[in-house]
Design a protein around this ligand. Structure first.
Ligand SMILES: Cc1cc2nc3c(=O)[nH]c(=O)nc-3n(C[C@H](O)[C@H](O)[C@H](O)COP(=O)(O)O)c2cc1C
Length: 168
């Protein structure tokens, strides 16, 4: 189960399928302690002349503490066979249990960060920017009620994609 690095410009994918339908895992930490969570919101593109991936993480997520504490984190993509695992990792918090051990995923430590051997694609990201969504910023105020009944506005992380690894 090895990975090879590829040039991001060689990739062809549909971000709406890849992020919104297939989902992703956001993972951060090191071989002593790490955490991961499922994310189906995100954007991929170009910001500040860099290739970037934008992630939206609610304040209460345990994974956010690991993203905060580390310069690098990963956003990784999985084939359909791992959907149940992603569902589990998106339902249970690493604060409450060793959730990864309940799945078929095995950690893959690389470049001072962590993803999983079962990924088909791993984006290694370097934090560039973190900001919190504020209610004042919404032009369409309906979104506040629809997405934030508990007022737990996301932290937005803009990460530079420093490496893309794909399964060999
Ligand atoms: C399909 C799916 C997509 C999700 N997308 C996000 C997301 O984009 N941002 C977020 O903060 N939480 C999202 N979640 C919720 C977290 O994955 C979930 O709360 C998880 O248990 C957090 O784990 P943690 O506390 O160990 O970090 C999603 C959950 C699922 C099932």
């Amino acid at each position: 189960m090895s990975f090879k690095e590829i040039d991001i410009k060689e990739m062809s994918f549909n971000p709406f399928n890849m992020i919104g339908d297939e989902w992703t895992l956001i993972t951060a930490g090191n071989n002593e302690k790490y955490n991961t969570m499922t994310a189906s919101w995100g954007n991929i593109g170009v910001t500040w002349n860099k290739n970037t991936l934008v992630s939206y993480i609610r304040p209460q997520r345990y994974t956010r503490e690991f993203v905060e504490d580390n310069e690098l984190y990963t956003v990784s993509i999985y084939n359909e066979e791992f959907k149940k695992d992603l569902e589990y990792l998106g339902t249970v918090s690493g604060r409450d249990e060793e959730k990864v051990s309940k799945t078929s995923l095995t950690p893959f430590f690389t470049n001072d960060t962590v993803a999983f051997n079962e990924a088909n694609t791993i984006f290694i990201c370097r934090k560039l920017y973190c900001g919190k969504i504020t209610p004042e910023g919404f032009i369409d105020k309906n979104i506040i009620e629809e997405s934030y009944p508990d007022k737990d506005f996301h932290y937005v992380y803009i990460g530079e994609i420093v490496k893309v690894l794909v399964k060999e």
